[in-house]
Design a protein around this ligand. Sequence first.
Ligand code: C5P
Length: 243
Amino acid sequence: MTRRRKIYEGKAKILYEGPEPGTIVQHFKDDATAFNNKKHDLIEGKGVLNNRISEFIFTRLNEIGVPTHFIKRINMREQLVKEVEIIPVEVMVRNVAAGSLSKRLGIEEGTPLPRSIIEFAYKSDELDDPMVTEEHITAFAWATPQEIDDMMALSLRINDFLSGLFLGIGIRLVDFKIEFGRLYEGDMMRVVLADEISPDSCRLWDTATNEKLDKDRFRRDMGGLMDAYQEVARRLGILMEND
Ligand code: C5P
């Protein structure tokens, strides 16, 4: 086996140089972290589930014409993706009050929002991903106004599609975080969805019981994280026997 060049190691993923120029191998680790790494644990099998769930979601998004970095899943823990230049801005989309929005604005968790709300955070571990506005993003040239427009339009489309997808399997998409990258193709550049979408980066509540099927189980020491992620995979129709 040849050793691959590691490009980047994050809290839950490792990026390796891909087999072809312009490709990257995205490896899902079992590490669970919260509060910017202040809480850390290893949850055996989490990476495998997130790889499969994110594969499923990115495949559906590719099918409906949302541009993404995803090419294909390679094995239990890895997927082949297109190399992009990550825009250093996290996009949060919220449908129901929860988490930091509830805390910040004093709105009880579970309160439906009058309309979907998009928030931005500057990607910086040292600064704990502070919330920023479009003013900061353009002033510091993290993204252009056109790129912000593209990210917002894609985020709302992704939200509409995923809200329906999850509702169909008895899950409310409360909120989620996504990241975008610049994909260079010849002399063209376009903004595409990158990173992952999984129960690590979404809040997913059972519509009948309000049971949490996401990483809040870890953040709030509720236990049962793997059972919850497995339930999401099962309802999405993802069969794990194939591996
Ligand atoms: O913590 P907060 O309420 O702002 O999180 C909003 C959504 O973004 C949640 O679904 C959470 O899982 C996700 N998130 C994330 N990574 C971060 C911050 C938030 O995936 N660094």
